[in-house]
Ligand binder design. Structure first.
Ligand code: NAD
Ligand code: DO4
Length: 520
């Protein structure tokens, strides 16, 4: 296994090292990984800055080819899934699927680039004869913001890590990336980093388009966000980590945006007709979603809200019966496992909370034991601690006395990535009353499904009001993620020879345009 980190086209080794651990055994894995220093961060950022103008100026087809090549290189990387399994404790099928999602995501951004609407070319033709004043020739397009810092996430070592959605969307926009690998999966990060490095070379791009720095210390990530050449940050992880980066970014002489996806409990609202018709099936499906990947999804259904009734009781009983059968699964790191146990202990210690069921006990390290709790609407409203994210397979069923109490429960919650509705036709009238509140609270509202398993597509929103994210105006999954790393520039009366290709009069790139307010 290669223990280097990557600065442009170079693999750097030597100096201080750290190791990855197999969370299933807590044993150190084979390789010593070189720790990057703040000087390496500066080198990577300088190279990214050097690469910026040539990379952002590539024709969309050339950048699309690069994204496709990164996907090809990842698919051709031997041992990637195996290394990710060893470093994360996640099973083979999940990681094979995640590799497919990662490559599909890169290829979707390539397709987006070829379609051209991302550039948002808008032309207001000159009106020299307009009275009382003539109008200038105005041409707008979007350009890349500059080098982007990406923090790999622990819970999706492929799809939200080195070549995950943040990197794919930054590359698509034309931004070089300096990635800080997650210290829990450095080997996976190097393998993917090498694949990107190979694609940079194959496509004849400036080496500074991509660097990977590695190390366990927070100071490394802090130095990256502080570097004046970095112009935006993509992050998925803890609320504390995300907020620390936001603070650093805001306190720079030149503040920059941080797109941090942090914390969400993803409420599920159960409506009476749906509960009566299919409560049992819903109870089983809920536990399936809750325990998937040991509950380590930011979309995990952490709270279920319904009207106190025999139907809700039997839903809860079915869920409890299913959860008791859930086998303990290895969690990503010993720290994440310890945090999970602490969160479960906090919930179970609350006088207003009843423990409905615990998953099967198991032997071995870092096994997350699922947990199901219940409480009343009033207790949930009165005690904000019950609404804190417990990262893992823990969830609480909240029994309300009225729809008004359901509304109050929802109103008291912080911002969310998702809100799920389980409803039938007869429930729609009550659901409609809650829709404006749900829109205020969440980035995605879904019916009769479960929040885990985010589609990577054009319409997806994986975002939401704080603390789901630090910026609710955007998404970290789906093609709209590119908008985080673009900004508009308007060219007024520039001679055609001076205009960049996307806005030239003859439209040599054939990009879709809005001309004088009409789409072409
Ligand atoms: N909601 C989610 O999707 C999600 C995902 C992963 C983890 N988590 C939560 O985060 C906890 C820790 O897990 P984790 O290690 O994946 O996330 P983390 O936020 O601790 O770390 C993520 C990355 O950010 C860096 N970082 C963290 N704090 C920093 C700081 N103050 N300054 C600079 N860099 C910093 C880390 O070095 C790492 O590279 C989990 O127990 C869980 O509660 C939530
Ligand atoms: O953990 C964050 C992302 C969740 C996700 O992508 C999914 O549920 O598919």
């Amino acid at each position: 296994m290669d223990g280097s980190f990557l600065i442009g086209s170079h693999a750097v080794s030597g100096g201080e090292t750290f190791q990855a651990f197999d969370p299933a055994t807590n044993e150190a894995l084979d390789t010593d990984f070189a720790v990057s220093t703040v000087e390496h961060v500066a080198q990577a950022c300088a190279l990214a800055d050097d690469a910026f103008d040539s990379f952002r100026d590539l024709d969309p087809e050339a950048r699309a080819t690069f994204l496709d090549t990164v996907a090809d290189e990842i698919e051709a990387t031997d041992g990637l899934v195996e290394r990710a399994m060893a470093e994360s404790g996640l099973p083979e099928a999940r990681l094979t699927g995640e590799r497919g999602r990662t490559c599909g995501q890169l290829r979707l951004f390539a397709k987006l680039l070829r379609q051209g609407r991302w550039a948002n070319v808008v032309v207001d033709n000159a009106m020299p004869d307009r009275k009382p004043l003539p109008r200038a020739d105005l041409r707008q397009r979007r350009i890349a913001v500059g080098p982007v810092a990406v923090f790999g996430a622990s819970n999706f070592p492929l799809a939200f890590s080195v070549a995950g959605g943040d990197t794919a969307s930054a590359f698509a926009a034309g931004c070089p990336v300096v990635c800080k690998g997650h210290p829990a999966h450095p080997g996976t990060s190097v393998l993917v980093g090498r694949a990107i490095q190979a694609a940079v070379k194959k496509c004849g791009l400036h080496e500074g388009v991509f660097s990977l720095i590695q190390g366990p210390a927070n100071e490394l990530g802090a130095a990256l966000v502080r570097d004046p050449r970095i112009k935006a940050v993509g992050f998925t992880g803890s609320r504390g980590g995300g907020l620390a980066l936001v603070e650093i970014a805001q306190n720079r002489p030149e503040p920059i945006p941080v797109y941090a996806e942090m914390s969400s409990i993803n409420p599920v609202l159960l409506f009476p007709a749906a509960l009566a018709a299919r409560g049992e099936a819903m109870g089983k499906a809920y536990v399936g979603s809750l325990t998937m990947g040991s509950g380590q999804f930011c979309t995990n259904p952490g709270v279920v809200v319904g009207l106190d009734s025999p139907d809700l009781d039997s839903f809860a009983q079915t869920a409890a019966d299913a959860l008791v059968e859930a086998q303990p699964q290895v969690m990503l790191t010993s720290g994440i496992h310890a945090n999970y146990d602490k969160g479960v202990e906090l919930l179970s210690g609350q006088s207003s909370v009843e423990t409905l069921a615990r998953g099967a006990e198991g032997t071995g390290c870092n096994r997350g034991r699922a947990a199901l709790f219940t409480t009343t609407g009033k207790a949930f409203i009165d005690n904000p601690e019950l609404a804190h994210e417990v990262f893992g397979a823990a969830s609480i069923i909240v029994k309300c006395q009225s729809f008004e109490e359901v509304r109050q429960v929802l109103a008291g919650m912080e911002g969310q990535l998702t809100i799920t509705l389980q409803l039938d036709d007869a429930d729609q009238e009550e659901a409609a009353k809650l829709l404006p509140l749900m829109e205020r609270k969440a980035g995605r509202i879904l019916a009769n499904g479960w929040p885990t398993g985010v589609e990577v597509s054009y319409a997806m929103v994986h975002g939401g009001p704080f603390p789901a994210t630090s910026d609710p105006r955007t998404t970290s999954v789906g093609t709209a993620a590119i908008e985080r790393f673009l900004r508009p520039v308007c060219y007024q009366d520039l001679p055609d020879a001076l205009l960049p290709k996307p806005v030239k009069h003859g439209n040599p790139l054939g990009l879709p345009r809005t001309v004088d307010g009409e789409q072409e």
